[in-house]
Design a protein around this ligand. Structure first.
Ligand SMILES: Cc1cc2nc3c(=O)[nH]c(=O)nc-3n(C[C@H](O)[C@H](O)[C@H](O)COP(=O)(O)O)c2cc1C
Length: 211
């Protein structure tokens, strides 16, 4: 239970000035590595009383103009919390690379057009699953869910496309802070934080943090 990290190291001069490019660089390496699901990330939200909650979701895209995208049920616990308090934090941990990335920012609902486009790209069974599941509400039994899926499968049997329900769609996290962590020997890890200094010219201040 006491692993010494020796994979790699970080130097200020080699950190890319734009954190989205730095993220992309590490993400591409994670995709090529043995990491099981490189796009799996934890997302922390908090309710209006600042009580936190955390769960995994899948990153479905990112751009430096917009931010980091994921999809969920807007009426789930995370959905409700994000709609009442948009501050959130996402985290990636890629064990084989001995790397962690933390990203903090504000979340916005994706445009309806973008959510529709993604929903239409999903397999029919996933679309039905999204419609059928009242995510995070109490179910009386597994059967209740299975019956709902079966009923929807019959309803949409001959339909070519299924409309996205308004309670399911995307969120985009627009970051103001990133932290790239590389494990090093003897717990003397390398950490670099990027903070957005000016929203206008998108200038990011890069600082080394103590491990
Ligand atoms: C690897 C992994 C990926 C997941 N991806 C998603 C996802 O993209 N969207 C989603 O709504 N739930 C996803 N889940 C399920 C969530 O972790 C969670 O159980 C669900 O969204 C309900 O969370 P909530 O009650 O906090 O809203 C994923 C779970 C795991 C373990």
């Amino acid at each position: 239970m006491r692993k010494d990290y020796q994979c790699s190291s970080l130097e200020h001069a080699k950190m890319l000035p734009n954190p989205f490019e730095q993220f992309d660089n590490w993400f591409q390496q994670a995709l090529k590595s043995e990491v099981m699901e490189a796009n799996a990330m934890a997302i922390a939200t908090a309710d209006k009383f600042a009580r936190p909650s955390l769960r995994m979701v899948l990153l479905k895209g990112f751009t430096s103009e917009q931010g980091f995208f994921f999809y969920t049920n807007y009426q789930s616990r995370k959905g409700k919390e994000l709609l009442e308090n948009p501050h959130a934090s996402i985290l990636f941990y890629w064990d084989v690379l001995e790397r962690q990335i933390r990203i903090e920012g504000k979340v916005e609902k994706m445009t309806e057009a973008a959510s529709n486009q993604y929903f239409q790209s999903r397999p029919k069974k996933s679309q039905i699953g999204a419609i059928a599941s009242p995510q995070s509400s109490i179910l009386a039994s597994r059967k209740e869910l299975d019956d709902q899926v079966e009923q929807l499968e019959q309803q949409y049997e001959s339909s070519e496309s299924i409309e996205r329900p308004d309670y399911w769609g995307g969120f985009v996290l627009i970051p103001h802070t990133f932290e790239f962590w590389q494990g090093r020997s003897n717990r003397l890890h390398d950490r670099f934080q990027y903070r957005l200094e000016s929203t206008n010219n998108k200038h990011w201040k890069i600082d080394r943090l103590a491990p």
